[in-house]
Every structure is written in C-alpha cells, then in structure tokens.
Design a protein. Structure first.
Length: 414
C-alpha cells in the first residue's frame, strides 16, 4: 500500500516541503512583483495606485478571491507600469529569484511578454538583458554558498520564457505603435505578426547574447483566439530548436489543448484545467466526446507532455470550481499524466511553491511517490538551458538531495 504524505505531522511536513529542492516552470514575472516594490517605484515615478500600502494593495488589488479571469487580469497594468525601465526589470527579476531561493526552489522558468516593456528607452534586447542580469546576479550570489560549491546541495538555475499574446490592445508603447502601423490588417493578422516578430527576436537575441531564453509561450484570452492562428511563430522557434509551452485548457476545452500540441508543437501545457470537460468540445464532427477526451489523455500521457498545474490561480479565475477537490488535477493523477505544481503569479495569487505543494497534498491525498514524481517531473521536463548531459546531471543532483531530505520519514520516503 502506498504511503500517504498527509500522515506526516503538518508542521513537520511544511518544514520539509520548504527544504526539498523544488521548481516552478510557470511563473509570470509581471504577476510576481513584490507589493513593496510596486509601491516604491510607483511613488518614485508618480504612478497611480489604488493604495500605497501593502495591506491596501492586498485588500483592493491582490485579493484572496476574484469574480473572474477578467478581474484577475485587471491587476497586471499596475505591475507592468513599474517595469518600464531596465533597472526596474533587473531589480524585479532579482527579487523574484531571491524569493524562490528562500523557500528551497532551485530552478525557475520566468515567463513574460517582452513587447509589453519595449518603449523609447528599451528595445527587446535591452528588456531581455535587464531581466537576465537580475536573475543571473541572484544565481551567482546563491551558488557561492559553501554547501553548493562543495556539492552537498544542488545549485540554483533559471530559464526565461517569452510570451506571445493571443490578443493585443494599446497596453504598451510598442503595442500601440504596432497596431497603428497596420491600417488594413485585421486584429487577428496583427496578433499573428506580433507573435512572429517576437519569435524572430527571441531566437536572434538568444543566439547573439547567449541569454538563456529557453522557451516560447502563448498567453492571453484563449476563447476566440485559436492556437492555430499562431502556427507561423511557433514553427519558426520550432525550427530554431526552442522548446515550447502553451496556455491551453485554462479558459477553453480539449480541442484547444489538441491544437497546442499538434499545431504549435507544445512540449508542455499551461493549466490544462478543462482537459476533461466534454461540454467544451464544440466541433460537431466529434460525436463520441468521452472517447475523444480519453484518446487525447492517452496521447498526452504517452508523449509525456507535461501539464503545468496552478491550483490557487485556477480556483481564483474559475469561480465555477466549487471545491479544490473538484480540480482536474485529480483526474490527471489518476491517468498517470506528467504534471508539475506551479504558482502562475506569486503576488496576484498570494502564493508560493511551498503553498502550492502543501495545497496539493492536503486536497488530493498524494502518495509519497506521486508527490516525488510531480516535483522531479518539473526538473526532468524543464527547458534547462544547458546540454543534455548537463541537464541529466543536474536532475540527478536534485533527485538525490530530495531522497536525502525525505529518507526514513514515514509518508515521504518512497
């Protein structure tokens, strides 16, 4: 019989979870800015905020519950506004890495849309340089620790994922100019061209500057903006051997997920919440919806397409989820799918990796083996910015350290 993690004393369990090597493959930079930093930069640049205290922001802006995904997304303009100078991007990226290191996270893939930050003083190269500089500085500082240098503990690494957006608006100086440049193009065509421009820039900057741009993503409003529209951009990065993840199944159904995998070559899926929802299959040619979902799940599991699970975020953006135990993560566990636990937005969702792991343990009665698989799959299915040998060595180091910290603990050792 498998050992259940929730049999461990809660205080002891949380302490161990904070210490074990963890990862976060789905964390948005603009959704994870420290409230204190938002306040400080807003004051310095005379930007508007609904409150200039942390308590005020947590009450008015960063809520415990949101009415919808739309309300959730309304928080982002305030953080994006403080990310319009290179020194601010550097600081915010540095602080995000430090916050992760403080809770035992040894690998993160920070994602954001560089085109939201291009302006008169920053081109795409400057934006990516600044974010990389902050992350790199935090990595160097952490990895100077003696226990890292002598090999007792795994070091901290990171990758950067750039996000194309499914829909555009005048959300930045760059997007305003881009939209206004195409008088006779449809909004759909403009979005497609912006994504392709991002793809070309990401590949060129990665190769020119050796910045660890380790993945390409598609984010934004899913319904009404099919993944197939962005085939050209994803084909471009696919041809340049850049890994791919796609927000899919967050606000739409199984067909969106299938498109992400087959049309955009997705190696991972962001959220995938509605994977099992037959009511969201709209194609009239699909007669047996249950079989379609069963076949799709088998396809995903067989190819080890990893699903980036964001429990707290999904509960906040999908009010229809009455209880956390109704989350489709339970179905994914049952189907032996490759999953990894992520934060999505640390500040907007008031969470961290330790909280997400603890929530999963309490809500889904995870076995020791399932917990370890979720965490180790994160390392294995990461877009690690090194060669295959380096990645295997690093995964093994994280695995061994996990085993060392859980050895002999009933409910955690496997």
């Amino acid at each position: 019989m498998e050992k259940m993690v929730n049999t461990v004393n809660p205080e002891t369990l949380e302490d161990i979870i904070r210490k074990i090597p963890k990862n976060d493959l789905h964390v948005h930079l603009d959704g994870s800015v420290r409230p204190e930093t938002i306040i400080e930069i807003s004051k310095a640049d005379k930007l508007d905020l609904p409150s200039f205290t942390v308590d005020g922001l947590n009450e008015i802006l960063f809520k415990d519950e949101y009415a919808s995904l739309v309300e959730y997304l309304e928080t982002f303009p305030y953080s994006i506004a403080v990310m319009q100078k290179p020194e601010y991007l550097e600081r915010i990226a540095y602080e995000l890495a430090v916050d992760n290191q403080a809770e035992g996270v040894r690998y993160i893939e920070v994602r954001f849309a560089p085109q939201l930050h291009i302006n008169k003083i920053m081109d795409m190269e400057t934006v990516l340089r600044a974010v990389n500089k902050g992350l790199s500085e935090a990595r160097k500082e952490f990895n100077q620790r003696s226990e890292i240098r002598n090999g007792e503990e795994p070091p901290f690494y990171y990758g950067i994922i750039v996000c194309a957006l499914r829909d555009l608006g005048p959300w930045s100086e760059y997007y305003r100019n881009f939209i206004n440049s195409f008088t006779y193009s449809t909004r759909e065509d403009i979005c497609r061209m912006a994504a392709l421009e991002l793809a070309k820039g990401a590949v060129k900057i990665r190769d020119k500057l050796s910045i660890p741009i380790s993945g390409f993503d598609l984010a934004g409003a899913e319904a009404g903006h099919p993944a197939a529209n962005f085939w050209e951009a994803f084909q471009y990065v696919h041809g340049a051997f850049m890994p791919k993840t796609v927000h899919a199944g967050e606000a739409y159904g199984p067909e969106s997920i299938f498109q992400a995998i087959t049309e955009l070559h997705a190696d991972r899926l962001g959220h995938g919440y509605f994977l099992f929802d037959t009511s969201r299959i709209k194609n009239p040619k699909i007669k047996d919806k249950e079989k379609y979902i069963s076949d799709l799940c088998q396809y995903i599991a067989d190819r080890r397409v990893t699903v980036e699970i964001c429990l707290t975020s999904n509960m906040q953006t999908n009010p229809a989820i009455a209880d956390i135990e109704d989350h489709s993560f339970s179905n994914m566990i049952e189907d032996k799918m490759s999953t990894t636990l992520c934060t999505d937005n640390r500040t907007v969702s008031k969470t961290n990796v330790t909280n997400e792991v603890m929530l999963a343990i309490k809500s889904f009665l995870l076995s020791a083996q399932t917990l370890k698989s979720c965490i180790i799959y994160g390392f294995k299915r990461s877009f690690f910015p090194g060669n295959y040998y380096e990645k295997r060595k690093y995964v093994r180091q994280c695995f061994d350290y996990y085993e060392k910290l859980t050895e002999g603990i009933p409910g955690l050792s496997t």
